[in-house]
Design a protein around this ligand. Sequence first.
Ligand code: ADP
Ligand code: MG
Ligand code: ZN
Length: 479
Amino acid sequence: MSNTDYEIVMGLEVHAELSTKTKIFCSCPTEFGAEPNTHVCPVCMAMPGALPVLNEKVVEYAVKAGLATNCEISRNSKNDRKNYFYPDTPKSYQISQYDKPLCENGYIEIEDDDGNPKRIGITRIHIEEDAAKLNHNEFGSGSLVDFNRSGVPLIEIVSEPDLRSSGEVDRYLKKLKSILEYIEVSDCKMQEGSFRADVNVSVRKRGETKFGTRTETKNMSSFRAITREIEYEAERQIDILEEGEKIEQETLRWDDVSGKTFSMRDKEDAQDYRYFPEPDLVAIRLSEEYIENIKNNLPEMPESRRERYINDFKLSEKDARLLTASKYLSNMFEAAEKICGNAKAVANWLLSDISRILNEKELEPEAIPFTAEHLAKLVELIEKGTISSAIGKKVVEELFENPKDPEEIIKEKGWIQISDEGAIKEVVEKVLSNNPQSVADYKAGKDKALGFLVGQAMKETKGKANPQMLNKMFKEAMQ
Ligand code: ADP
Ligand code: MG
Ligand code: ZN
């Protein structure tokens, strides 16, 4: 029996760190990358007697996320204690939300594998505190704890088990990430762990109505790894079922090097978190005006930006969609367009060479090291004929390595286009005398030969010759 007899079912639990200035229950900064254990106080270190105070911004950001994902917002909500013992949790419990999350019953629209619109249900969005970071294996034996992350606010976004392929999961996560970026509640930096997912996977025979037993792979923070994990895990489960055996409900860990999942703990020691209402915090009551006010101040979302790009800048639907998928990319597009006025060219550079380099380097658009001004300048230099677009490609590569004014780059590298008639004529003559066969071919009506000769002249000038002038002079010389 082949894999196509099975259907994969997935549901995701996404943790996003909120970009509030301070932590959820104290006034320590949330900033990433500080010296370990410098952003701490008695509250987030769980000193006896220290009491939490809920950061109102956390509620506001979670409500924003709920409204942007079509959720119902609870007027009455509360915090709960989730008890567990682990060195990353100094209180021995995490303050989270159990039966009264802030947001419920939402959805996000994505495209299925055939390109048709599909709604993925959002079960709930709740607020909670992040745990400290354990650093294993870096210091010989043992682990060190960094409490800077302890108490950084998170929202957990739990989806319904509506996802049916790794492609759907990829699009769901990218859409969710883009929504959170648009409403500016999380920077979603995956490499810093600000956006990470627990991936639940099960398989079932096609036509079966009951779900299969799921496994849950914790803390995935790269799109590529998630796709690989799902494909590996589904395959593994299908093999087990095909052997006539049962899937065990387990918590797994993904190892990117071996490309395999490993068991962390099984159902036998499934944890009883002994949830109960957090007695040190008051209930959360939200007024209609409070929710209305947040709703009315939601920023422009990807869909409406997309429409605007199609109407105002005459971009294709596909280009508009790709640009607006990332708020950062789309902001950069708008800023550069404003300076140089050439929307098409700016979009092209962002979606071709720049996106390709980001892909190769596995970087998010936020990691583009140069500015919108640099990009606009590049477009202008090509428009003015100072450089060819072939050189433009080299400038983009250089901008990633050594970001600065493209004009300086081309001066330093000597990449300015040769438009001097005498200089071009010299090259044309040299290429003509070195390639008599191509000249004969051209004269015999083979137009392709012209392209070859221009190519040779480009090689000769390291891409710097003005291509229009080359074309013209070759044609004249071979008349
Ligand atoms: P827990 O909090 O213990 O992980 P939940 O019931 O909250 O359990 O489910 C967590 C996630 O697992 C949800 O995103 C849900 O959609 C997904 N899920 C539940 N059942 C299945 C299943 N059979 N196959 C795949 N995903 C599932
Ligand atoms: Mg879970
Ligand atoms: Zn603190």
